[in-house]
Design a protein around this ligand. Structure first.
Ligand SMILES: NC(=O)c1ccc[n+]([C@@H]2O[C@H](COP(=O)([O-])OP(=O)(O)OC[C@H]3O[C@@H](n4cnc5c(N)ncnc54)[C@H](O)[C@@H]3O)[C@@H](O)[C@H]2O)c1
Length: 341
C-alpha cells in the first residue's frame, strides 16, 4: 500500500515506518520534528520521503494518491497537554479532525488514528470495553475522545476510519521516551539503582509494547474493510493490565541491585482494567507478543550496549514536555508551536 504516516520522527512512528516498509509498504513520513534532537541509538530505516510539515498546514493536495493515512502526530501525553490546553485542542483536536477531513476530500479510503485508553479516565466499570462510556479527565484524553467523535461522523462508503485506543506503551525506540512509566522506571533503575515510589502503587495501568502497537496498525491496514470500518479497538492484552506496583517489581527484578520502596496508600485513587477481547478476536492476525518483563529486559540489554549515562536518561528530548519547553524558551517555536523562520 502507499501510506502517509504522520509522527514518523516520534517514539512509535519511527519504529512503525520501519516495520511497514519491511512489510513491503511504500511509506511517506510527515512530521514537524519537535524531538529530532534526541536519538538514543541509530538503527532507523527512515522513510524514502519525509515531509517536514505541521499537520495543521496539510492540505488535500498533500494527501492525494495514498491508500491510507496513519495519524500519530499529536502532543502525546497528559503533562504536555496540561501545559497549554488551548493549544492542545488546536493541534490534537482541530488539527487531527482537519487531517481526516482533508484525507476524505483527497479520496484516501482509510484513516487509522492513534487514540488512547486514557479516554476511559476514571471508569465506573471495572473492566472497560470499547462500548463503555468514555470519561476523559485531561485535555489530552478529552481531545482523543473528541477526535473519535468527529471523525466517526466522517465515515462513509469511501472513507473508513479506525480508532486504536492504545494502552500505555513501553519498549526501546531510537526516538525514545523516558516519560512513560516502564521506560522511566527502567531508566531510574539503570542510572540510580533505586526506584522510590511515592504511592503504594495499587492503581492498575494497562501496558502494551511499542512494537505490538505497530503490529496493531499494520493489521488494521491489511484487514478487510468491513472488519475495521469505523471501528474502535482497545490495543493491548488482558494479561497486561498491571498494577503500577507490579511494573516497578518487574523492573527491579530485571535490573540487578535495584532498591525498591513504596509510599503510603494515596486514598481514593480509582483505577480500572481494560478489556482487550475485541482486538484479539476481531482484528485478523493481531496478538500481543511482548510483555512487561520482555520490555524491561530489552531495555536493560540496550542500556548495557549503549552504556547509557544519567545525562542521556535526563536529556530533554527524551521527555516530551522538557523538549517543548526548551523550544519555546529558546524561541525556536512560537506560542502556537510553529517553527520560527
Ligand atoms: N506512547 C504511548 O504510550 C501512547 C499511548 C496511547 C496513544 N499514543 C498516541 O500515539 C501517537 C504517537 O505517540 P508517541 O509516543 O510516538 O509520541 P511522540 O511524542 O514520540 O511522537 C509524536 C510525533 O508527532 C510529531 N508532531 C506533534 N505535533 C505535530 C504537528 N502538529 N504536526 C506534525 N507533527 C507533529 C512530533 O514531532 C513527534 O515526532 C500520539 O498521538 C499519542 O497520543 C501514544
Amino acid at each position: 500500500m502507499k501510506l502517509l504516516v504522520t509522527g514518523t520522527d516520534g517514539y512509535i512512528g519511527s519504529l512503525l515506518a520501519t516495520e511497514l516498509m519491511n512489510s513491503g509498504h511504500e511509506v511517506t513520513g510527515l512530521d514537524t520534528g519537535f524531538y529530532l534532537d534526541g536519538l538514543l541509538y541509530d538503527d532507523l530505516r527512515p522513510p524514502a520521503q519525509r515531509i517536514p510539515k505541521d499537520t495543521r498546514r496539510v492540505v488535500p493536495a498533500d494527501l492525494r494518491g495514498y491508500d491510507a493515512v496513519v495519524h500519530l502526530a499529536e502532543l502525546s501525553n497528559d503533562p504536555l497537554c496540561q501545559h497549554d490546553p488551548q493549544l492542545t485542542y488546536e493541534i490534537n483536536h482541530q488539527g487531527s479532525v482537519a487531517l481526516a477531513r482533508n484525507s476524505r476530500e483527497a479520496g484516501v479510503p482509510r484513516f487509522v488514528y492513534a487514540s488512547s485508553c486514557s479516554v476511559y479516565g476514571l471508569a465506573a466499570d471495572e473492566n472497560v470495553t470499547e462500548t463503555s462510556r468514555v470519561n476523559p479527565q485531561t485535555a489530552y484524553a478529552e481531545c482523543k475522545a473528541l477526535v473519535e467523535r468527529d471523525v466517526t461522523a466522517l465515515a462513509n462508503d469511501h472513507f473508513s476510519p479506525t480508532f486504536l485506543r492504545n494502552a500505555t506503551a513501553f519498549g526501546a525506540s531510537p526516538r525514545m521516551r523516558f516519560d512513560i512509566v516502564l521506560n522511566n522506571l527502567a531508566g531510574l533503575a539503570w542510572t540510580t539503582k533505586e526506584i522510590k515510589m511515592i504511592s503504594d502503587g495499587t492503581p492498575w495501568r494497562p501496558l502494551v509494547h511499542v512494537l505490538d502497537i505497530c503490529d496493531a496498525i499494520a493489521c488494521s491496514l491489511s484487514a478487510p474493510r468491513e472488519a475495521v470500518h469505523n471501528q474502535v479497538f482497545n490495543v493491548g492484552d488482558n494479561a497486561q493490565n498491571y498494577r503500577v506496583r507490579e511494573i516497578a517489581e518487574i523492573v527491579a527484578e530485571v535490573f540487578p541491585g535495584c532498591r525498591l520502596s513504596f509510599g503510603a496508600n494515596m486514598g481514593d485513587q480509582r483505577s480500572y482494567r481494560v478489556n482487550f477481547d475485541k482486538i484479539n478476536s476481531r482484528l485478523p492476525g493481531f496478538r500481543c507478543r511482548r510483555d512487561a518483563r520482555f520490555g524491561a529486559r530489552e531495555l536493560r540489554t540496550l542500556f548495557e550496549k549503549i552504556q547509557m549515562t544519567r545525562e542521556t536518561f535526563e536529556f530533554r528530548a527524551f521527555t516530551r514536555l522538557k523538549q517543548l519547553e526548551h523550544l519555546l524558551r529558546t524561541q525556536q517555536v512560537d506560542e502556537h508551536f510553529f517553527w520560527r523562520g
